[in-house]
Ligand binder design. Structure first.
Ligand code: ATP
Ligand code: MG
Ligand code: MG
Ligand code: MG
Length: 352
């Protein structure tokens, strides 16, 4: 009998469309010759309002790649009660809040079912850029200077706000990057060069998240490394992203032709090894499991490598960095998906 894989995709986040694309690629890999006799796909599309849809419409969304919004007379929680016991293993391919942040992982943990990727702790710490940076700092991983703030500081006190901006200016200078703490795909991120831009960017980022972070901007090459495994982890070949835009924003990430992936990254071997080592340390520092993509800054002038962030559910289309890095490291896409499911089963049976 085939193993039923519950593919969870879509979701209530700014990365809804990205998740649909990732799910399409994974569904295709699960129906590829080598996996088709082993796995049966049970797709569950989570609408932008949080309601889960059944197999038929979910299948349609996978095939069309187009988001769907059906008015249901069910609360998100009620729509969930339809799904117990329909899958043997779950593959949440959701990016951002309510998917990559431990919430879905908590639900699956309560259901006592195996699932691909990090558990509650790894997902939550990996998603929140403030918690993540504290974990990295504790692990001794070098990173940019930053300042953590809350929406409350930005919005609810007009006397405090100018002081807050003064502090950011003197601690970090310009340019700096204003980010919602819990997001991805560069949604809500602004590169700012002046006081006026800083104020507007903070206000904008606060619309996305209660928790915000401002980081000192660095001039660096952007390199990424993929990690695979549970307790025993492996780091992939390192890749580089190049682009002409001001930074790696949403448009650059998702408009074909705007960014190039160079695999392997044309950097010295010693730097690659250092990055791989840091990637494994970062994975362990947040308690990730299964998979993660770790993003770095390589400052060529000084030879320094800074860790930028970890993504516990990285983009997973056929052209995404994570599967591409593994393909170049000797694990093709369909085999990668198979391995991730096996890692989920191992982790569940080992109760880790
Ligand atoms: P992902 O899609 O990888 O999850 P994200 O939304 O979590 O992205 P970051 O990786 O933190 O966002 O930042 C997005 C991009 O913004 C980086 O790839 C880089 O181009 C630019 N950037 C972010 N922080 C800095 C910084 N401190 N200095 C220079 N550039 C930065
Ligand atoms: Mg990220
Ligand atoms: Mg991300
Ligand atoms: Mg990133």
């Amino acid at each position: 009998t085939k193993l039923r894989v519950g593919l969870l995709f879509g979701g209530r986040s700014g990365e809804h469309q990205v998740s649909i694309s990732s799910a399409r690629a994974i569904a295709k890999a699960l129906s590829a010759e080598q996996n088709a006799s082993k796995y049966e796909i049970i797709p569950f599309y989570i609408q932008e309002d949080g309601c889960w849809l059944g197999k038929e419409i979910s299948q349609e969304v996978i095939e069309s790649g187009i988001p769907h919004l059906e008015v249901q007379n069910l609360s998100p929680w009620r729509s969930l009660s339809q799904v117990t016991d329909v899958a043997d293993v779950w593959f949440p391919i959701l990016h951002g809040p309510n998917g990559e942040d431990g919430t879905i992982q908590g639900l699956l943990t309560l259901m006592q079912v195996p699932f691909v990727g990090s558990g509650v702790l790894g997902s939550a710490v990996g998603m929140d850029k403030i918690a993540m940076k504290m974990a990295f700092q504790q692990a001794g991983l070098p990173q940019v200077k930053y300042k953590a703030l809350t929406r409350g500081q930005v919005w609810s006190n007009p006397c405090v706000f100018p002081k807050l901006c003064d502090e950011i200016e003197s601690a970090l200078g310009y340019p700096c990057f204003v980010k919602p703490a819990n997001l991805g795909s560069s949604v809500g991120i602004t590169k700012v060069r002046s006081r006026q831009e800083l104020e507007a960017a903070l206000d904008n980022a606060a619309t996305y998240d209660r928790r915000l972070i401002v980081e000192a901007g660095v001039v660096a090459r952007e390199v990424e490394c993929a990690v695979l495994g549970n307790e025993q982890t492996k780091a992939s070949i390192v890749g580089e992203i190049t682009f002409d835009s001001d930074f790696y924003d949403y448009e650059t990430k998702y408009t074909p032709g705007k960014a190039d992936l160079l695999i392997p990254a044309p950097i010295p071997d010693a730097v690659s090894r250092q990055i791989q080592d840091m990637a494994l340390q970062a994975f362990a520092a947040v308690d990730a499991a299964g998979l993660a993509r770790i993003d770095f800054f390589f400052i060529e002038a000084s030879g320094e490598v800074l860790i930028n962030e970890i993504n516990t559910l990285p983009g997973f289309t056929a052209t995404s960095m994570y599967p591409q890095l593994w393909a170049y490291s000797g694990i093709p896409f369909a085999e990668l998906v198979d391995r991730l499911i096996q890692l989920a089963l191992e982790r569940h049976s080992g109760n880790k």
